[in-house]
Design a binder for this molecule. Structure first.
Ligand code: AMP
Length: 541
């Protein structure tokens, strides 16, 4: 296939089948682990494409996988966009109402449903008459419910679709701005917002993952894809691995820390990406089982989607020899915005390890093609001194300019191309950005702002803490006051006085929490972030 000048996924995602035919995917669905070499990934995608065409697939139509990370989901990742349709991975952790709300907009005619999620898929089909075909990913399970619309809903097995189809001879030529994918986020806020990704933005984002100052992904890597493929297109990892010829391990449903560590060791994983809650759980599993897993092959991991603590980054470095690259991003930006490796410039290579660690704790520099700015309440620019804060704006190559469907938050896309991220940040004189909080999670006490994130980071490093979250409780006198929700390590004990005392070095008395609530677990959103909406609702209740 001779590439045109256009940035199209078909020119990039199949590169591995010619340069690294011996590597490919390792997929671990419940019906058995399979290895699929990159040439086979391409031929499966070509067959699946013909199968879709035979079922009337049209350019621009959306196809929705309701699936975990496995090779069958990956087949669709390659086939659907290269055919000119739009891949619309659906968050499997949403409740039916949330999913139906999204489907009412996207109107997917074909759903690709993991065999273990067929009851959910059939429930959706019962509620959404526009769903005409369900492709079952994996062998039919015995307890699969009956088809609620046997006369007009076709259920077909994914493997049958592939086996019965001949490979498509060539992929169509598309416009680079056509929509290759679509993902929805409920963010940490509420009603889902859907963002469209074009071939152009996805190609650029995918290329950037290989930059040395980003996460230096290369054909020598084996990546464990923990970040779900329904979250911001799985950070484009399937495409980046297909482009570079890296190995890609797809863990399917079980993302428990012990399983993650088993996969890392068995498949000689060199790098991976996940939210900090996952990495903290991995550290706890390593503590509880000294010597069980050897992380020698792991070079670096990326922690993104929420703020890591300094202790987490330090412990991976000192106890396991693993560099944590901190990343900030959002669904609206395809999704990676910044990366913060331990050292990027010549000057930084000379820094001692403690000074490097201070770089890793901040979100880092924007990737090439992006710019970050901060803005104060009057529209002015606070100094770039690493201290002054402002609303974070981002603009550039893969920043969306609208939601795919109307949403009240659509105003955050400014006409000049800048996106108001809803985050509060500082920027230093070397262009390093640090997230200070979500604007709406900042706590306003007596007219002054308290960063819930700064408190969470400090408290999160206490040895007694398994997880913690800080939110504001409405207060008649001060407006709001900080409350800590803490989930303790087994057998640990902690009281408010101790918390306040330990925070005294970093925080003024008025900034320290007034309340400590010990809970069994911290509620998380469907993407593994702290669900502050649920916590605030609990406080009101
Ligand atoms: P989502 O679109 O669901 O990935 O959510 C994006 C939001 O997650 C951002 O606007 C931030 O509020 C938060 N976020 C992402 N990365 C980080 C990070 N490294 N530190 C703190 N918050 C983050």
């Amino acid at each position: 296939m001779v590439p045109s000048r256009r940035l199209l996924l078909k020119h990039l995602a199949f590169r591995a089948s010619t340069i690294a035919p011996a590597s490919g995917l390792v997929s671990t669905p419940p019906d058995g682990t399979v290895e699929v070499g990159w040439p086979e990934v391409e031929s499966r995608a070509r067959r699946l494409a013909t199968g879709f065409l035979a079922r009337g697939l049209r350019v621009g139509e959306r196809i929705g996988p309701l699936a975990f990370n496995d090779h069958r989901h990956a087949d669709a990742y390659f086939a659907v966009p290269c055919l000119g349709a739009t891949l619309h991975p659906i968050n499997v952790r949403w409740n039916p109402q949330e999913t139906i709300a999204v489907l009412e907009h996207t109107r997917d005619r074909i759903l690709l449903v993991d065999a273990g999620l067929m009851s959910r898929g059939l429930e959706l089909a019962a509620a959404c008459p526009w769903i005409e075909i369900i492709v079952r990913l994996g062998p039919r399970l015995e307890d699969e419910p009956r088809n609620p619309r046997p006369n007009d809903l076709e259920i077909v097995d994914h493997e049958t679709l592939i086996e019965d189809s001949t490979p498509i001879a060539c992929w169509p030529d598309l416009e680079e701005d056509s929509m290759m994918g679509m993902c929805s986020t409920s963010g940490t806020t509420g009603i889902p917002k859907t963002v469209g990704y074009s071939h152009r933005t996805t190609c650029l984002q995918t290329m950037a993952l290989g930059l040395t100052d980003c996460m230096r992904l290369s054909g020598r890597d084996t990546v464990l894809a923990i970040v779900p493929m329904f979250h911001a297109l799985g950070w484009c990892f399937p495409y980046a691995c297909g482009m570079l010829g890296a190995g890609l391990v797809l863990p399917h449903r079980d993302l428990g820390p012990e399983r993650i560590l088993d996969l890392v060791v068995t498949h000689e994983v060199t790098t991976s990406v996940a939210v900090p809650t996952v990495w903290n759980a991995v550290l706890s599993a390593l503590d509880a089982n000294p010597g069980r897993w050897n992380l020698d092959r792991v070079d670096r991991i990326v922690s993104g989607g929420a703020a890591p603590t300094e202790g987490m980054i330090r412990r991976f470095r000192d106890e396991h020899g693993v560099e944590v690259i901190h990343s900030w991003g959002m669904t609206e930006i395809n999704p990676v915005g910044t990366m913060s490796p331990a050292a990027t410039t010549r000057e930084e290579v000379e820094f001692d390890s403690e000074r490097r660690l201070r770089h890793q704790i901040v979100a880092g520099r924007p990737l090439p093609g992006l710019a970050v700015e901060i803005e104060d309440e009057d529209g002015g620019t606070p100094p770039h001194d690493g201290i002054a804060t402002g609303r974070l704006l981002v603009s550039g190559w893969w920043v969306a300019d609208r939601y795919a469907f109307d949403h009240p938050d659509g105003e955050r896309f400014r006409p000049d191309g800048r996106l108001d991220t809803g985050d509060v940040a500082s920027i230093d004189d070397r262009g390093r950005m640090a997230i200070r909080d979500r604007a709406k999670d900042m706590i306003k006490s007596g007219g002054e702002w308290i960063s819930s994130l700064a408190l969470e980071r400090a408290i999160g490093d206490f040895p007694e803490i398994a997880g913690c979250a800080v939110v504001g409780r409405p207060d008649d006198r001060w407006g709001e006051r900080p409350v800590v929700f803490a989930n303790l390590e087994p057998g640990a004990d902690l009281d408010l006085e101790t918390v306040r005392e330990r925070l005294a070095r970093e925080f003024e008395s008025w900034q320290r929490p007034d309340e400590l609530l010990i809970v069994d677990s911290i509620p998380l959103t469907s993407t593994g972030k702290i669900d502050k909406k649920a916590l605030r609702a609990g406080l009101r209740g």
